[in-house]
Design a protein around this ligand. Structure first.
Ligand code: HEM
Length: 465
């Protein structure tokens, strides 16, 4: 049953609750033009903060809720027009999907789905339903028009409700298509195999991989990023609910503490090894580099023309043997990475953002940045100029029966072609990177990320046209 079926069953749809207009503030606002730019927005229709005020308290409650929201906004000492962290929104519609060059938010909920229908029409309708819900949620609205408490009493609400009262929190939703959407067990259920890009194949087995099939692959994926974990979880949960009967979650991953900076406006975060991560990442402020290394150019692929302006998303669940790492001397930790732990500066000297000098030698004629140090292994100068947009997150999924943490880095990277921009580098890391001794890759997936969605269209429309 789709969200629209639900709506159809409503004989007299309840008026969506509107956040009361505040003096001097429009209830509707235009969508900011530039993708990737944040803005504070107030939009018509069901609003999460509006509902917080309205829930159970009648008109007085509405006023109190509006005041509450108002107080929340004005408590921030930043200028009236500057978005607070919580009120930040990114446009859903645009040339490229949000959540790629968008400054990496703090939290992640990533989900891979298996399609559970044989009907091409069902898949198409699912993408339409996901588009509408994603566009709403990324603006701080409920997943459906009625909201968590206003629909018909005899039907499940069209929003699950746990984000009531929570601001948009910079939510972005990014959708991808796995190789198995195009071909599965030798079959082509959706008539898409002649549109499968040549680069969209299951990633090969790399040295040191210990993959769990229950944490790998998938027909579809959703990357939800936000500055509030509950907002990201709410988004994925509602999209999974909408998918009922058409797609089901195959595996999912929560992440925290972004392990990359994707904008020069951000400070460099740290991974669970305690090192700065993202220093040499591609940044949104380098559009020429992003064009060269992230977006799929038109004409790149005879079958994959629909992917022009999109990208490929590599997802790798990488467990760290934290307990072993924590017993290593600082000297060894820095040798493995090739940078200082405090500042993230190359071991050859300089500051964090200075380029490493791989030729500089220290005592004993050994290079200061070891020959198997991670940064030497992966630096673009040593990989034919290749760069990628890393957008990973730390994860801790409890502990195992031996009291060791199930923790690591959920590596996410956007690249224009995994055959040139990921597979050779990962092969090299698996074979000779000193860091590999402390890592185990437990999940792996590759997705084609279609280009951005224009108003009135749905995500991946060009694939089905
Ligand atoms: C748990 C796994 C990993 C950890 C802890 C890790 C950690 C780091 C750290 C600390 C840096 C230096 C700071 C920076 O420039 O961002 C770095 C750089 C980098 N890493 Fe990793 N990394 C991991 C996995 C990977 C993988 C799987 C790849 C790709 C196959 C990769 C590619 C890169 C690249 C391209 C750079 C930038 C190198 C440069 O241009 O200097 N990393 N990583």
């Amino acid at each position: 049953m789709s969200l629209h079926d639900l709506h159809d069953r409503t004989t007299e749809p309840a008026e969506p609750r509107r956040e009361p207009e505040l003096p001097g503030e429009p209830a509707e606002s235009s969508v900011p033009a530039e993708p990737g730019t944040a803005a504070t927005r107030r939009v018509g229709g069901f609003s999460r903060r509006g509902l917080l005020g309205a829930a159970g308290a009648g008109l007085a409650g509405v006023a109190a809720g509006a005041m509450g929201a108002r107080v929340l906004d004005s408590a921030d000492s930043s200028p009236a027009d500057a978005p607070t962290l919580e009120s930040k929104t990114y446009p859903f519609y645009g040339t490229h999907q949000a959540g790629i060059v968008t400054p990496a938010q703090d939290r992640l909920h990533f989900a891979a789905f298996d399609v559970t229908t044989d009907s091409r029409q069902d898949v198409l309708q699912l993408l339409k339903d996901w588009t509408l819900a994603a566009a709403r949620m990324s603006q701080g609205l409920g997943a459906g028009e009625l909201g968590p408490t206003s629909g018909p009493y005899g039907a499940p609400p069209d929003d699950t409700g746990e984000a009531i009262g929570l601001p948009p929190s910079g939510l972005t939703l990014t959708f991808g298509f796995g190789p198995s959407l195009f071909r599965k067990a030798g079959k082509d259920p959706f008539g898409l195999s002649d549109r499968q890009p040549a680069a969209l194949e299951r990633l090969p087995h790399f040295p040191g991989d210990n993959l769990d099939p229950d944490k790998s692959d998938g027909d579809l994926c959703i990357q939800a990023c936000a500055d509030d974990p509950q907002v990201a979880v709410h988004a994925v949960r509602n999209l999974a609910r909408i998918a009922f009967g058409r797609a089901a979650i195959r595996w999912s991953q929560l992440g925290f503490g972004r392990t990359s900076s994707t904008s020069t406006s951000q400070t460099t975060p740290r991974n669970l090894f305690g090192f700065k991560d993202g220093t040499m990442n591609l940044k949104a402020e380098e559009p020429a580099m992003i064009d060269e290394h992230v977006w799929v150019p038109s004409g790149a692929d005879a079958k994959g023309g629909w992917l022009a302006g999109g990208s490929y998303l590599v997802a790798r669940r990488i467990n760290m043997t934290i307990e072993i790492w924590d017993r290593q001397p600082l000297r060894e930790q820095e040798r493995v990475i090739g940078r200082t732990k405090a500042e993230g500066a190359p071991l050859s000297g300089g500051n964090e953002f200075d380029q490493p000098d791989f030729t500089m030698k220290g005592r004993g004629d050994e290079p200061l940045v070891a020959t198997d140090a991670h940064v030497r292994m992966v630096h673009s100068d040593n990989n034919g100029g290749v760069k990628m947009l890393r957008r990973g997150y730390n994860f801790v999924d409890g502990s195992n029966g031996l009291g060791r943490m199930d923790a690591g880095l959920f590596f996410l990277a956007f690249v224009r072609d995994p055959r040139t921009h990921f597979i050779p580098m990962q092969t090299k890391i698996g074979r000779g990177d000193a860091m590999s001794e402390y890592l185990q890759h437990t999940g792996s997936a590759l997705f084609a990320v279609p280009p951005g969605v224009a108003q009135g269209q749905f995500v991946g429309q060009a694939l089905f046209d």
